[in-house]
Design a protein around this ligand. Structure first.
Ligand SMILES: [Zn+2]
Length: 392
């Protein structure tokens, strides 16, 4: 067990403040880390001795990003589909089947190597917690395999057998539902914390309200927490279903009406609206009005939805810049949503905020202030803090 003191912090953003921005910014501060936990935060002049000292030379420190929505276990490439979409071809969820075929055909080692590379990529951009969904296997064997490989890299694993109805069940959805809530759920549940469903009546490949309720109820009975893909392609029942069933998060929320917003506001302690502006960008869709959600009292989070179809980016700084530019959030609101907000969507209190006793998951910015995350879009200024030095 060794301790490290971090000094030379130009701006320490704890995301544990009061007041409108909740960022809890401290200046001339130092942080002591002991056994991977935050042991002390205070004025640099009063910092206690530690085994190692790291001087970060005026850079800003923020909580590592919590990316609470990703689909990282996959093989194959859908660059041509993206190009076609940019030239006007609409998205309806059908391309998921292309990734399912490629993922089923990949070996365990191929999937593991691809996932490891994606994890390294997001860590290099400042993300310290990643939720990973299955959903490109859609057989008992392939869903369990995806969850096991995901579990080698993250404790936040989500069973998404209800991603789409696979092609071989297109003529018999009921049979796939029976498999999903029966043998597949039973085999997957030991390897997952969460269950998720693509509740989307606007896609012929996804699940309607009744089917989604069936999946989520079965998942809860198997001991899994609930997450929902809802209201992505048009107005739909996903948000109200998520709130009714006490889901930790309902994700996308691209199309919301007043009833949805009122329900999310009333459930703000239980259900987080996780916004995924990278998807709107990559599918050329309208952005939800995040500022309106905050004003109504909704708890919001930001995540990448990194996946091979609708947003192949693992960059949380880019998501923050989109949220500020396109969804009406201030830079402070966007950073809070990408850290403390996303932690809430995973029902975690040990991450997302820099307070004594929490995990020492820090990101360092090659900038004097967090404002540069939105101010310098596309520039890789954020990275996870390597406790052996600032170079990675
Ligand atoms: Zn997703």
């Amino acid at each position: 067990m060794s301790s490290t003191v971090i000094t030379g912090i130009g701006e320490l953003v704890t995301c544990d403040g009061t007041g409108p921005d909740r960022l809890g910014i401290k200046r001339d501060a130092a942080v002591v880390i002991d056994d991977s936990l935050i042991a002390w935060i205070g004025a640099a002049a009063e910092a206690p001795a530690a085994d190692t000292r790291i001087d970060i030379e005026g850079r800003a420190i923020i909580p590592g990003f919590v990316d609470s929505h990703s689909h990282l276990v996959f093989a194959g490439d859908r660059g041509a589909e993206f190009a076609a979409r940019m030239m006007g071809k609409p998205y309806d969820g059908g391309g998921i089947g292309v990734t399912v075929a490629a993922t089923r055909a990949a070996t365990d080692d191929e999937l593991r190597r691809l996932l490891a590379a994606r994890i390294a990529e997001l860590q290099a951009l400042g993300t310290t917690t990643i939720e990973i969904k299955s959903g490109y296997g859609l057989t008992v064997h392939d869903e369990v395999r995806a969850l096991q490989i995901a579990g080698e890299f993250s404790g936040e694993t989500t069973f998404l057998g209800a991603h789409v109805v696979p092609a071989e069940y297109a003529e018999d959805r009921a049979a796939y539902l029976d498999l999903l809530v029966g043998p597949m759920l039973e085999a997957a549940a030991p390897h997952a914390l969460w269950i998720d469903v693509f509740c989307e009546p606007h896609s012929p490949h996804a699940f309607d309200a009744e089917e989604a309720r069936h999946v989520l109820t079965a998942g809860a009975a198997a001991g899994l927490g609930l997450r929902v893909h809802g209201n992505q392609l048009g107005h739909g029942p996903g948000v109200l279903l998520a709130v009714e069933l006490g889901a930790a998060s309902v994700d996308h929320c691209t199309y919301l009406d007043d009833t949805d917003i009122d329900a999310l506001a009333a459930a703000a302690d239980a259900t987080v609206a996780t916004l995924l502006p990278g998807v709107e960008f990559c599918t050329r869709s309208p952005y939800p009005d995040a500022a309106r959600l905050l004003a109504a009292g909704v708890s919001i989070a930001l995540a990448t939805d990194c996946n091979p179809g609708t947003c192949y980016s693992s960059s949380m700084p880019w998501v923050i810049s989109l949220a500020v530019r396109e969804m009406g959030l201030s830079p402070a609101q966007a950073l809070f949503a990408a850290t403390a907000g996303s932690a809430q969507s995973l029902r975690r209190t040990d991450i997302g905020r820099l307070v004594i006793g929490n995990r020492a998951d820090l990101a360092v910015l090659d900038a004097p202030s967090y404002l540069h995350l939105a101010y310098r879009p596309g520039v890789p200024i954020a990275r996870t803090l390597d406790l052996h030095g600032i170079a990675q």
